[in-house]
Design a protein. Structure first.
Length: 325
């Protein structure tokens, strides 16, 4: 009887774990043309990683506190997008609610030397950092989150995009691809025109956004300035990367603002891939399952609702709500 009871418990636990994994994966959905790609140490197939379909116009990486995201986005660019002919990377992210956690994770991963001569305290952001890819410019670090700060004032501080720029450039260089830093397209005096050389890749930043809505809005403006109106309007040829649990709402916001879904890729929502505890990812996920239907309502209208929300998304939401009780 005891053996039978334990067997039932084990099956129930595995089923519960599988359903929880499905709920996290739903928020981290990838476009079919990119679904097969996994960054190193995953081994590429015999013929290498290949992208099916038209050449993407740009890779847009959304800022967050997850250091694994820019590292994996760099791998995606080196392994898949650059070989396919994509030559533009845009990083979007000012200073938002995620930024303080970004400084903490940089310290935890031993990556402070990218930004400072001496490491900062684990739970206290640095006062200022050095940005080697921007001419070793020193930028102060905002010691609080102010979503109402004017964009010109926000750009004077080190942003998530500034941090991701250093990480992506370092990772691409490590992988054998040197990127040219093109500046901020929305700040005319810092931006360079896109390079015309066939093999050159250029990376740009957008540093004034403070939430997903302005991430998308300012990214679209930047792409128009870089690629022209027609190219920037082709959202289905823009690859969007965000941390796994915020990824679906990010792509739904792109679809709301542009009328078309972008190409989507993100890391697998596992502890090994993102370097965060499963419990933390579940907390993020619960918030997203609440936000997506709320933000899709007529009074907010920030994003679209997935076509399968009633059949699938709502069930995952119910599971997470029950687990949270």
């Amino acid at each position: 009887m005891l053996t039978s009871s334990w067997a039932v418990y084990a099956v129930s636990y595995r089923d519960r774990f599988r359903k929880m994994d499905d709920a996290l994966t739903y928020l981290a959905r990838r476009s079919p043309s990119l679904a097969h790609y996994e960054p190193p140490p995953a081994q590429p197939p015999a013929g290498g990683w290949r992208l099916e379909g038209p050449v993407p116009q740009a890779l847009v990486v959304h800022g967050s506190s997850f250091v694994a995201v820019p590292q994996a986005a760099a791998d995606l660019f080196v392994d898949v997008l650059y070989p396919a002919g994509c030559r533009t990377i845009l990083i979007t992210g000012g200073v938002g609610r995620e930024t303080p956690l970004l400084w903490k994770e940089l310290h935890q991963r031993g990556m402070t030397s990218l930004f400072a001569r001496e490491p900062w305290e684990p739970d206290t952001p640095p006062n200022a950092v050095i940005l080697p890819m921007q001419g070793s410019e020193m930028k102060p670090v905002l010691d609080h989150v102010d979503l109402e700060m004017p964009p010109d004032q926000l750009r004077r501080h080190c942003t998530e995009a500034d941090v991701f720029l250093e990480i992506i450039c370092a990772r691409c260089f490590e992988r054998g691809l040197k990127l040219r830093v093109g500046g901020n397209p929305m700040v005319t005096h810092t931006a360079r025109l896109p390079v015309a050389a066939k093999d050159d890749a250029c990376i740009y930043i957008e540093t004034a956004s403070t939430h997903t809505g302005t991430n998308v809005e300012y990214s679209r403006t930047s792409l128009r300035l870089l690629l022209g109106e027609e190219a920037a309007a082709a959202t289905s040829r823009v690859v969007v990367v965000q941390q796994p649990q915020l990824h679906l709402r990010t792509t739904l916001t792109w679809e709301k603002q542009t009328g078309a879904a972008p190409l989507a890729w993100t890391l697998q929502p596992t502890e090994a891939a993102v370097g965060r505890p499963l419990s933390e990812m579940r907390t993020y996920a619960l918030g997203e399952y609440r936000r997506i239907p709320a933000y899709a309502t007529a009074d907010k209208d920030f994003c679209v609702l997935p076509a399968d929300w009633a059949a699938t998304g709502a069930l995952h939401a119910s599971l997470l709500e029950a687990e949270a009780q």
